[in-house]
Design a binder for this molecule. Sequence first.
Ligand SMILES: [Fe+2]
Length: 297
Amino acid sequence: MPEIEIHKVTAHIGARVSGVDLSRPLDAETVTALREALNVHKALVFDDVHLDDEGQQAFARHFGDITTAHPTVPAVEGAPNVLPVDSERGRANHWHTDVTFVLNPPQASTLRSINVPPYGGETLIASSAAAYRDLPEPLRRLADTLWAEHTNDYDYAVPHEAIDEEKAAQRAQFTSITYRTVHPVVRVHPLTGERGLFIGGFAQRIVGLSVPESGKLLDLLQSYVTRPENVLRWRWSPNQLVLFDNRITQHYAIDNYDGLPRRLHRVTVAGDVPVGIEGKESYSIEGDASHYTSVAA
Ligand SMILES: [Fe+2]
C-alpha cells in the first residue's frame, strides 16, 4: 500500500492528501490517519477520486453514520443521502456552516466535483479555530459567554423584491420546516478540545441581545473568521473530493462563473450535539430533524 502523503496548502487550513485509494474500503489505520489529518488541517483535498454517489457515501461512512441529503431540500434522484449542489438550484454565496439550524449539525461534509466551470466557482473554507485564536483577549472572553440562535427561516440577504418566482419556490422549500436552535458561540471540538467560533449565516441572534445589536456583534466576530489568512480558496478540478470538518469551519461558494454549469455532490456525516466551554449543550427551540440525521455519540 502506498504511504499516505499529506501536504499543507496554507498555514491555518487545508491539506492535500495522496496515496489513498478512496474507491476501496479503507482499513482502520488509514481512517485514523485521515481523521487525525482532518483534526489538524480542517479540510482535506483528494485528487483523481473517480467515485460515483455510492462510492462517495461509502467513503463518508468511514467517519460515522451519514445523514439524508438535507432536512428540507430534495436529494439527488435515487440517492437519498446525496445533496445536489448545483448552480441551477441556487448559489451558496454566503458564509455558513452546513445545517447549523438543527440541534446536531453534520460533523463533516464531503463535496465531490461533477461539473466545474472553466473559471471561478471556487469554494472558500475558513478555520473558525484560527478565528478564535486571533480574537483579542477581551473579545475572546466575551465570545466565551455568548449563545446564538440559528435558524433556516430568514432571508439570505436578498431583498424580497429581488426574488423571482423560482427563487421564491426554492426558499419556500428550504423553510418548509422551521428550525431554531441555540448553540454556543464558542464550541469545543469533541475530539481535540480545540475552541472555534460556531456562528455563520444561520446564526441570526445572540441570546439576550436585540437583532440589530446581535448583527453588530456577529459581524465583528465573523470578521475574524473571514480574514484571508484563515481561509482556503479552493479552485476545483474535475474528480476531486474535499472533506471538511463542519464543527470548526465555515464555507462560501463564490458566484463568479457567469452562470455556467457547476455541480458538486454533497454527502454529510451525522454530528453530535455541540458543547460550549462550560460543558453545556445546545438546545432546540423549534423543529424536529430526526428524519434527517441520527445523533453521533
Ligand atoms: Fe454548505
